[in-house]
Ligand binder design. Structure first.
Ligand code: HEM
Length: 354
């Protein structure tokens, strides 16, 4: 997962789920490739057509085996709330419902293909063929599922692996359309155009989605997991929040005796951070200026899971506030640049926790 305050859970099952997801996608890509080659009706160099068909069938069964492991690992792992029903009923999961739902949809499509293949003698060829086309739909649906919900979607190796899978299928389909189909040239050109445009669409979606900031929360990860993916695995300590985000909120000023002033900021963090920020600065108002000669101050960041990180202000320089915060997940340095609007009683700014 990418995004807000997220880090990788140490759960072995979670790693296993990710690894088997990648293997399943690779195998499914192979199945699609072999399926296209089988339907192509031409023997491959060194391989008769029946052998290609045999490989296609065996690879499909291997997909199911790997998929069973992938699903079991995801369900058994306590990191995310995923039930067995979420694996078969699309779009009902509490965890990333749409993107996990695509995985379930792909699984259902594959089950339908396998069931109709086993019942083929009892079904007409037309019914079997119609359902078998669903196998081709299962591939892009699974691909987008992996990118939408996978922890590794933004990793270089995963992007390269995805590019290879997409390249293999695109080339196979183009070959099938151009070389073998008896369709008119114009229809072939439209088909090839669509096959070439689809990966471009995928790139655009990746840039706006899984590769863009805040994907974890936009994808529908429960807030409790966003604050700390490790929180659900009891053996893990919640890591201290780190990242850079924006803050907006309310500013209140109150005068004490003589020129002493208290400036209080209470705002909400967004961007690559989430949670609440409160800052309290005590000092003396500088004569004729808007500034404050600081005598003491505190900064508190409350992460989305309620973990509090606080510490004394160590520096106030113009609009910049610095502090060293500590909390359940350790220490983290705070650097905030705030823009105070005394007329409206609002403030905005950027916060870096490092
Ligand atoms: C043909 C069907 C499927 C394929 C090919 C597939 C493949 C993948 C791939 C490639 C990933 C990304 C792994 C990574 O980022 O390292 C992934 C992630 C995941 N899949 Fe699937 N999947 C399928 C179906 C399902 C189903 C039915 C479930 C339901 C339980 C599921 C649950 C998950 C979960 C929870 C993740 C996220 C793991 C993480 O955080 O990285 N998948 N899947």
């Amino acid at each position: 997962m990418t995004g807000a305050l997220a880090s990788t859970s140490g759960s072995a099952l979670w790693y296993f789920s990710r690894a088997t997801g990648v293997v399943t996608l690779g195998l499914l890509t192979l199945v699609v490739l072999l399926g296209v080659l089988t339907r192509g009706g031409k023997p491959l160099p060194g391989l008769p057509r029946f052998a290609v068909a045999g490989l296609h069938r065996n690879a499909s069964l291997l997909v199911l085996v790997m998929l069973a492991v992938h699903i079991s690992a995801a369900v058994l792992d306590s990191y995310a709330p995923i039930s067995l029903a979420d694996a078969v009923i699309p779009f009902v999961s509490a965890y990333r419902p749409f993107w996990l739902g695509l995985g379930a949809l792909s699984f259902d499509l594959l089950l339908a293909v396998i069931a109709t293949s086993l019942l083929r003698p009892y079904l007409g060829v037309r019914v079997w063929k119609a359902v078998h086309w669903a196998a081709y739909a299962a591939w892009p649906v699974a691909l987008v599922h992996g990118l939408g919900t996978g922890t590794d979607a933004s990793e270089g190796w995963m992007l390269a692996f995805t590019a290879v899978c997409v390249g293999v299928v695109v080339l196979a389909v183009i070959w099938r359309v151009v070389d073998l189909s008896s369709a008119p040239v114009r229809r072939k050109a439209v088909a090839v155009g669509a096959v070439v445009a689809a990966p471009l669409g995928l790139v655009v979606w990746m840039l706006a989605g899984p590769l863009a900031p805040q994907w974890a929360s936009r994808a529908g990860t429960p807030t409790s997991l966003l604050a700390s993916p490790a929180a659900a695995t009891s053996s893990q300590t919640t890591p201290a929040p780190r990242g850079r985000g924006s803050v907006t909120g309310a500013l209140t000023e109150s005068g004490g005796e003589e020129d002493s002033t208290t400036v209080a900021l209470a705002g909400t963090l967004s961007g690559n951070l989430s949670g609440r920020l409160t800052v309290e600065l005590h000092g003396t108002a500088l004569a004729g200026e808007e500034g404050l000669s600081l005598s003491s101050g505190t900064v508190t960041v409350t992460a989305s899971d309620g973990a509090r990180y606080s510490g004394a202000v160590s520096g106030l320089n113009g609009n910049e506030i610095r502090a060293s915060l500590s909390g359940p997940g350790g220490s983290v340095s705070f650097d905030g640049l705030v823009d105070l609007n005394r007329t409206t009683g609002q403030f905005t700014g950027t916060v870096t926790l490092a």
